[in-house]
Design a protein around this ligand. Sequence first.
Ligand SMILES: C[S@@+](CC[C@H](N)C(=O)[O-])C[C@H]1O[C@@H](n2cnc3c(N)ncnc32)[C@H](O)[C@@H]1O
Length: 271
Amino acid sequence: MLYKYFTLYADEKILEEIDELCFSEGFYSIFSEVIDSNLWRVKVYLEPDQEFPPFLSGYPFELGGEELEENWWKKFKENLKPFMLTHHTKLIPLEEPNQITEEGALGIVPGSAFGTGLHETTKLASRLLEKHMEPGAFVLDVGSGTGILSALALKRGAKKAVALDIDPAAVEKCQETAWINGVSIDARVSNFLSALKPGERFNVIVSNMIVELLERFVKETTHYLKSDGVIILSGILKEKFDAFVTTLEDSFSLLETEEMNEWKAAVLKKR
Ligand SMILES: C[S@@+](CC[C@H](N)C(=O)[O-])C[C@H]1O[C@@H](n2cnc3c(N)ncnc32)[C@H](O)[C@@H]1O
């Protein structure tokens, strides 16, 4: 397919703003590359009949031209190098599905679903998951995207990981991620917690979504948490953190927070 692309040259501050907006809107067809010390080229890729996203209309993007889908994915993937997702786990972006055998490594084919591991919110969720999960744990991953958090949990000794996403393409992507990493993810299409069965209980629930989505289901997770279970919430902008956590005080106590750039994550325990 021929994609049309729009280009903008941006400094770090503008790049961060755009990144934050795209994260909030669940828009992932964006690619940025460093040009100079504080200059990035940002490209938005759209299918031929797709309108320019209104939430980016305040930025002076210009129509750049057309590019074959394969080319922009290739460029996107070439720019992804292995990196440390957590203090103990290396993330290896793959060109195509291949089974990963390297100890302490996780593989992902970056694709249509969110969850390359590069985003700060994924890194925060991954680090807190690794820290708070005991081997043998039952883990629930709400808004799983590529399934990166479920795969990490299983690689670190979880007994079971249930991955829920509203997007059927993400659920399919989860199965690919599971195969690459030699684990088995129970991936389900689900609107928030709708695909959970009565009686299912988890030691750890993890979710990386914007506050406006988190607040729609987090309280309900108390029914699915074991009595000593924890919930890890990422995807929260620092300026929205305190107000959001206050709304949860009746049901949860705050155990730990961690932040990266403009993002903050929390670990909470059921009261
Ligand atoms: C920011 S991504 C997080 C992906 C991955 N867990 C990570 O940390 O990188 C949020 C995911 O939530 C999913 N999502 C959005 N609304 C949802 C809903 N109502 N129910 C379940 N999943 C939803 C999106 O499809 C997307 O894959």
